[in-house]
Design a protein around this ligand. Structure first.
Ligand SMILES: Nc1ncnc2c1ncn2[C@@H]1O[C@H](COP(=O)(O)OP(=O)(O)O)[C@@H](O)[C@H]1O
Ligand SMILES: [Mg+2]
Length: 260
């Protein structure tokens, strides 16, 4: 089982959109994939068409009480759902033992059931995001191609990944994903250049082999697909955004051992 965490402590950078589409892409390739919602706002859970408030159990129960991960099946792939109670878990975990390892512990119990796990992280830096970093084999880091945003987030991202690798020494960054890329604007092009420059300066072992993936373009179909609770490949099978998403899924699949 290989665990990928989609990580960036900023909101609105395309984490949930990527998680949903990558999970579906991996599943269609025969990689048995579980998507995990670690955001109290539960966008991924909603995205899969579930009513977050009607769920009897969520990932909160696994993190707080070591219960087995609740798994909901959907047309696209399996999901461990979340809802707002996860915000409470973040506060209560502070006083608990192994508080940084709760997600890793929960995932280790189902390691023979899935080939790949893809975790959608919260838009914050706290115990939930630390759990995402500690549970991961690989990080996928979406970055909105907005020049100011890249500048502001890269330093914090680097520091948090470096700190996490002290707790999780095997942690690797699979790649940076420029998202919502609008080729027509000079700001987006400059942001893409800044991402390329920063990537070259990242020399520590966890960044070895990291790539800057081709940008996911800004497309209304991508947000419309999300609203329609469908992966982009189902909503608009000819959309040019699929190329970038499929390339990331190819690289992920190459890091996964598929069990039959
Ligand atoms: N490439 C894209 N083109 C257009 N809209 C996008 C794209 N990626 C994401 N969005 C939209 O932007 C918003 C934020 O994306 P989301 O994936 O929820 O970000 P995060 O999970 O990082 O907060 C959503 O409404 C989503 O549909
Ligand atoms: Mg999100």
């Amino acid at each position: 089982m290989t665990v990928f965490s989609v990580f960036n402590m900023s909101g609105g950078v395309g984490k949930t959109t990527l998680t949903m589409n990558l999970a579906h892409e991996l599943n269609t390739r025969g990689v048995k994939t579980l998507a995990v919602d670690m955001d109290p706002q539960a966008s991924l859970t909603t995205f899969f068409g579930l009513d977050a408030y009607e769920l009897p159990k969520t990932i909160h129960n696994s993190l707080m009480d070591s219960e087995p991960l609740p798994i909901e099946s959907s047309e696209w792939c399996d999901l461990a759902p979340a809802n707002l109670t996860l915000a409470q878990a973040e506060l209560s975990l502070t006083a608990e033992l192994r508080r940084e390892y709760r997600l890793a512990d929960a995932l280790s119990k189902i390691s023979d059931q899935y080939d790949a796990i893809i975790v959608d992280g919260p838009p914050s830096l706290g115990l939930l995001s630390v759990n995402c970093l500690v549970a991961a084999d690989y990080l996928i880091v979406p970055l909105a191609t907005n020049y100011k945003a890249v500048e502001a987030t890269m330093g914090l991202l680097r520091v948090s990944i470096e700190i996490a690798s002290k707790v999780n020494p095997g942690l690797k960054v699979l790649g940076l994903v420029p998202t919502m890329f609008d080729r027509r604007t000079s700001g987006a092009r400059r942001a893409k250049e800044a991402i390329d420059d920063i990537a070259k300066q990242l020399q520590l072992p966890m960044f070895e082999g990291m790539q800057v993936f081709a940008p996911v373009p800004l497309r209304t179909a991508i947000s419309d697909a999300q609203e329609a609770h469908q992966p982009l490949s189902v909503y608009d099978s000819k959309n040019d955004g699929l190329k970038a998403i499929r390339k990331i899924a190819d690289v992920m699949a190459s890091q996964v051992e598929v069990t039959v």
